[in-house]
Ligand binder design. Structure first.
Ligand SMILES: Nc1ncnc2c1ncn2[C@@H]1O[C@H](COP(=O)(O)OP(=O)(O)OP(=O)(O)O)[C@@H](O)[C@H]1O
Length: 325
């Protein structure tokens, strides 16, 4: 049984198609990331699953039940918003208990459960604080506890990490994955970030212009991107012409090496970026074709290459991955 199934789901705003007849099956208790460039339809898809946006065509099934026409509260989903949307005059505890209050749960029971969920997000000690007395990261944990307390089968997260600084983002990312595993429910998470999707997702769904262009485990998307668009979007690949078609070659499989047999690109070093454990070297040919190598810093240290030098980027033919036309 899948937690969520989308069957030819379409969203039109006036005449414009934002989501174009997408099909998607999200397995039980899995972590799914929806990713793609701005305007590709990620948020519209999430909002249709939540019931915050009507479906123009197609069906949405949650645990096998058709929920397309049901209001958000009857679906078994909960949504965590980017803005957290906490009530400023309520304590963290009362914010978390709010969903249960709306369902008529007795006070003592809902406050005890709120404390339990605040503990789950490691915020038990701050239960009496108002949102204004909490940091952004802490407010976000309150919002997460508030969404989880209603016992959803599917939690929907709209760019939950984008407002956090890089350190907190990495920490919260671990936390989201832990919660999803511990609770055994499905998370569907909209992100712009390839790295976030790689780190979190069991299923990475890449969208472009309202369509799903690849839906697979992150490793498969990275190792076998289906198109030049996916290879470029997911990053870490050079996309190079091969006759009528194109091939993708991982940048970490390229090296600066004129001596070996095999495919190569000859040109000049157009950019060099030191990234700590790796160095990014971009080589451009006179006709403007570019490719880059991501070299271990030790490999770069043993070369003498500098900006503007003539350089040859080489890789093994076996590392070329053919892309669909
Ligand atoms: N309420 C609306 N009315 C009209 N058009 C809309 C509305 N909401 C979204 N759109 C359009 O639908 C398309 C998809 O938008 P959506 O917000 O789903 O994309 P997205 O991938 O989430 O983008 P972003 O990453 O920028 O949030 C865009 O072209 C957008 O302009």
């Amino acid at each position: 049984m899948n937690d969520v199934e989308l069957v030819a789901v379409t969203k039109r705003y006036g005449g414009a198609v934002a989501v174009d007849a997408i099909d998607l099956a999200i397995p039980t208790a899995s972590y799914t990331c929806l990713l793609g460039p701005s305007g590709c339809g990620k948020t519209s898809t999430l909002r249709m699953i939540a019931g915050h946006e009507s479906v123009s065509d197609g069906d949405i099934l949650l645990a096998g039940r058709n929920v397309t026409l049901l209001p958000p509260a009857s679906r078994g989903t909960a949504m965590m918003f980017q803005s957290y949307a906490l009530f400023p005059h309520l304590s963290a505890r009362d914010n978390v208990a709010f969903g249960l209050r709306m369902r008529g749960t007795p006070k003592a029971e809902r406050l005890a459960k709120a404390d339990q969920f605040l503990d789950l997000v490691q915020l038990g000690a701050l239960a009496d604080r108002l949102p204004a007395q909490l940091s952004g990261g802490q407010q976000q944990r309150v919002a997460l506890a508030r969404a989880l307390i209603t016992g959803p089968r599917v939690l929907l997260l709209d760019e939950p990490l984008s407002a956090l600084d890089p350190f907190l983002r990495a920490k919260m990312r671990e936390e989201l994955k832990r919660l999803q595993r511990e609770l055994g429910i499905s998370f569907i998470h909209v992100t712009h970030s390839q790295e976030e999707a790689m780190a979190l997702a069991d299923l990475a769904v890449v969208m472009d212009h309202g369509r799903i262009v690849q839906a697979a485990p992150p490793r498969e998307v990275f190792e076998r991107p289906t198109s030049a668009f996916v290879a470029r979007f997911i990053g870490g690949h050079n996309v190079l012409p091969r006759g009528e078609r194109a091939v993708a070659v991982r940048t970490d499989r390229c090296r600066l090496d004129a001596g070996t047999e095999g495919p190569r690109l000859e040109g000049r070093v157009r950019a060099l970026e030191y990234l700590g454990s790796t160095v990014r070297v971009v080589v451009a040919t006179p006709d403007g074709t570019e490719a880059e190598a991501l070299l271990p810093d030790s490999a770069f240290a043993s070369s003498t290459v500098t900006l503007g030098d003539a350089a040859t980027l080489a890789w093994n033919a076996a590392d070329e991955h053919a892309l669909a036309a």
